[in-house]
Ligand binder design. Sequence first.
Ligand SMILES: [Zn+2]
Length: 467
Amino acid sequence: MFSHSIRRHTQELIIFSNLQVKSRVIQAPTMVYIHTLTLLLLLLSSATTQQPPPDAVTRFQQYLRINTAHPHPDYPAAVSFLNDLAKSIPNLQTRTLYLTTPQKPLLLVTLPGSNPSLPSVLFNSHLDSVPAEPSKWSHPPLSAVKTDDGSIFARGAQDDKCIAIQYLEAIRNIIAKDPGFKPTRTLHICYVPDEEIGGFDGMAKFVESNDFKELNVGFFLDEGQASTNDEYRVFYADRSPWHIVIKAAGQPGHGSRMFDNSAMENLMKSVEIVSRFRENQFDLVKAGMLANSEVVSANPVYLKAGIASSDGKFVMNMQPSEAEAGYDVRLPPTVDPDLLKKRIADEWAPATRNMSYHIVEKGPLRDYMGRPLVTATNDSNPWWMVFKHAVEACGGKLSKPEILSSTTDARYMRVRGIPSLGFSPMKNTPILLHDHNEFLKDTVFLEGIKVYESIIKAMSSFEGTTP
Ligand SMILES: [Zn+2]
């Protein structure tokens, strides 16, 4: 919108100068006409320049309209937009890193601190979003339409393009109010690709780079989730995903025969045992004793068995010699992975019944010191105290810290022992990440900027010692 009007303005000036050249050789009545036209053009161009610059909400909408949804995210366009935005704010420095291909840039924005020897503070936002099914949406997912009640509809509105803009707008506001503002610690913001597909070409590569080591990060703030009530949610750990395949082998036989230890019989026994385990875990949630993210979830995702027949169905009079089941298992950091592995080996897939299993560990469970991937949310962690007070100082209230049911880039920091919190200031908002009709209200977005102003000032000016 903004660059468009500049372009129009330039075209008007070109017409204006052409008319002036021609006016030297034409008659008086025409001159009057040209003067009127000139005046009109001047008025028009001054009206154009007087247009208010886009506000924070408009800039949020502009960013939402850049398609960074998988499978073809336009990362260069998103980085170019954010880079321009950061450069429009005094004192911010930017750097684009290419850790894999030119199509997957990573943008690093820096507000230098007065004491660069202190560990820095790093805020994160991923550039990508999950795909959307436009036919299931009430507004096109890339339109960023704002309805009368202020709801802005777009894929990424909650996850997590809001925080990408809020970080920068918060710094803009801090500097506008106090042009001499210089934090004690250096503040960095990184905009990374590929979080939604595991972060392997994004955060995983970044943390391995010298560029990252040079940042000397002491605290990491990442995305969180919306809260449906008046309190902000904060996350101190992620659950770690395991993909488990359980296989049963057995003697094949005629469909009419009864014998022990067929592959199907053994797999079905195993499915029963896993289902009971799942039920027990779920009961703890239903009884209100533990949150969803505090138990081990073990959800069956596929079953595979049977012998295909030529008509695309199954041979009905044969008991197959192989059968398998796939599970999506999520482990909270409080669970001992070795104990769970023992349970799988002893109960879910016992070798005594011709069963085997394979676990694909999709993420780490312990940090480099062998500790669970958990960030302390008590006074043993000075960063937590500063964060909590900063949210409260601007009138915000935090709900009980939670474990995130899914996984974020924060795990790459916790593995390195860097305290990390997940936080997106969206209260009184339905949780719509990865859902149809994802939206965020403009008032919630703007309030979030105020919250980040408080957090950024407090975290970057924190002079205490950290473990
Ligand atoms: Zn996200």
